[in-house]
Design a protein around this ligand. Sequence first.
Ligand SMILES: Nc1ncnc2c1ncn2[C@@H]1O[C@H](COP(=O)(O)OP(=O)(O)O)[C@@H](O)[C@H]1O
Ligand SMILES: [Mg+2]
Length: 299
Amino acid sequence: MTTTIPQQPTPAGAEPGGALLEARGVIMRFGGLTAVRNVDLTVNKGEIVGLIGPNGAGKTTFFNCLTGLYVPTEGTVSYQGTVLPPKPHLVTKAGVARTFQNIRLFANMTVLENVLVGRHTRTKEGLLSAIVRGPGYHRAEAQSRARAMELLEFTGLADKAEHLARNLPYGEQRKLEIARALASEPGLLLLDEPTAGMNPQETRATEELVFAIRDQGIAVLVIEHDMRFIFNLCDRVAVLVQGEKLVEGSSDVVQNDERVIAAYLGEPFDATSQDDTAARETPGTDQAEGTTSEQENDR
Ligand SMILES: Nc1ncnc2c1ncn2[C@@H]1O[C@H](COP(=O)(O)OP(=O)(O)O)[C@@H](O)[C@H]1O
Ligand SMILES: [Mg+2]
């Protein structure tokens, strides 16, 4: 895995500092169930922010509200000071990309093709150009392929570019989801359980990848159950319990907060423990859902 992505002119480009994403008073109700209760969350430029909490706490639902998959019952989500339209492709276009807790890849497409799909919001060539296949189309396609290959290098998947996505081991499928999300040239990347189903080595590699992504000026909001991963990585951590934000603060503050210990951790997180297994065994850890589905991205 390389640690640099050549800089791209990106509309979502970010200098460090300042608010990037601002969610205000987000409420999501499903009939009688309130899955997200009046949640405020800010992600600043250059930050890695963690979102933790037991299963069913509303973490994925909150992500869906941020990315236009759900229209929140109440509240607003702004990116760089502008309210995001509740349409996934427009949210991606605005500069917010995501991965899914249940991997969503095109299983029968190659690794490279999956990343190329992720670039569609950044390519200007339209349908007419694709039909005519003039010089503009060929130039844009070559640029897209070059960029997609850079991202595969960056995520350590370049040697698998021509493999079918469904033939990748599970951990590499999760990396491919990240590469595809990066292909939309985001300013903010949302990761929903990026290490679920990974072994400890893959998890550590993913940690490095997230740091490398942040070093490229891309802010990250990450949901995870692996507390070592969260507390190592995150500048700030928010804890959701039963749809409400219980606590928010630095890793140090959150891991020692009695309410967080009572509602989620069970016992104080032991950062000195070298035992990766213990670090992963937090309450409510989901079993990995290892299916690759042929679903449309962002829908
Ligand atoms: N589309 C939906 N329709 C009805 N209930 C939902 C829907 N999506 C999520 N929920 C419910 O919202 C709650 C929060 O779920 P979720 O956001 O997946 O939690 P988490 O990601 O924290 O595990 C759960 O009770 C879940 O059953
Ligand atoms: Mg979830």
